[in-house]
Ligand binder design. Structure first.
Ligand code: AMP
Length: 281
């Protein structure tokens, strides 16, 4: 496995792979890899001749108040994990090369970026769409892999690719969870043991919603109310939002029918966690 830091070298590698008729899978990440990331890398390795993983903590998607500086960075461990999962290339660009002085170009997917998490993180998805577009231009993959864990991100990227006529396939893979249901996340390491236990409440609330809907509940309002009641039993836990929306356009639904995305963001102490499930009624 090779680590590439230069943007030009990454583009050259991709072009040469294509000339040799090789298919290229791509997994964009911010590093501090866990089994969730590795499931995407393994899928890419199974479906493509060559797999590239990018590791880049993108300053553009963090607000000034957020955890950019202390976001976990563990390149050495990530290299070992990537190799074991079947990656061929790690693309590890420098922030100063991705956003040189005078940088002025952004991608904004309107309508989808200012709802759900976007309501509370106003510039976040502009940062995400911009870096993914840039990485796509450099890596030029055949297929790119994203996790359902970040459902809104996946919807936005799919829309961007369609709207900008980018010739890449997007695959969205299931969320990997710990035994108690907590979605794996690089940020879980911030949780102290007590908070880690409490964090299981996110999935418990989603499981409760699923159960209510399977038993016949069709009112989003009622389902959300019961989820809130369950979560609010925990001390030191604060709900940022719970929404039930159409999984394609992220518009809230009042009556639950067909496919719905149930998404939530919850603070466990100072740590903000997100999770979601899709239910097909
Ligand atoms: P990140 O490093 O957090 O930007 O995540 C990189 C990719 O891994 C994104 O497409 C995420 O949706 C995906 N991912 C993160 N956590 C999980 C998980 N628990 N299961 C599956 N995919 C995940």
């Amino acid at each position: 496995m090779k680590i590439i830091r230069s943007i030009k070298q990454m583009s050259d590698f991709s072009r040469k792979a294509k000339l040799r008729g090789r298919s290229l899978g791509f997994v964009p990440t911010m590093g501090a890899l866990h089994q969730g990331h590795l499931s995407l890398i393994k899928k890419s390795a199974a479906e493509n001749d060559v797999t590239a993983v990018s590791i880049f903590v993108n300053p553009l998607q963090f607000s000034a108040r957020e955890d950019f500086k202390r976001y976990p960075r563990r390149l050495k461990g990530d290299v070992v994990l990537c190799a074991a999962a079947g990656a061929d290339i790690i693309f590890y660009p420098e922030a100063g090369k991705m956003y040189p002085k005078g940088y002025r170009t952004y991608v904004c997917v309107e309508g989808l970026s200012d709802v759900l998490c976007g309501k509370f993180r106003p510039a976040h998805f502009k940062g995400v769409a911009t870096i993914v577009a840039k990485l796509f231009n450099v890596v030029n993959p055949d297929i790119a892999y994203f996790g359902r864990k970040d459902a809104q991100q996946a919807v936005i990227i799919k829309k961007m690719v369609r709207n900008l006529n980018m010739p890449f396939k997007i695959r969205v893979m299931p969320t990997l969870r710990d035994k108690d249901g907590l979605a794996l996340s690089s940020r879980n390491i911030y949780l102290n043991p007590r908070e880690r236990k409490d964090a299981a409440i996110l999935y418990a609330a989603l499981a409760k919603a699923k159960e209510l809907i399977e038993r016949g509940s069709r009112s989003s309002c009622d389902v959300i109310k019961k989820m809130r009641q369950l979560i609010n039993k925990k001390k030191n836990v604060r709900i940022q939002y719970i929404s039930i929306v159409d999984p394609e356009n992220l518009i809230p639904v009042n009556r639950i029918k067909g496919k719905v995305l149930i998404a939530l963001a919850v603070y466990i102490g100072k740590i903000r966690l997100i999770d979601n499930i899709i239910i097909n009624v």
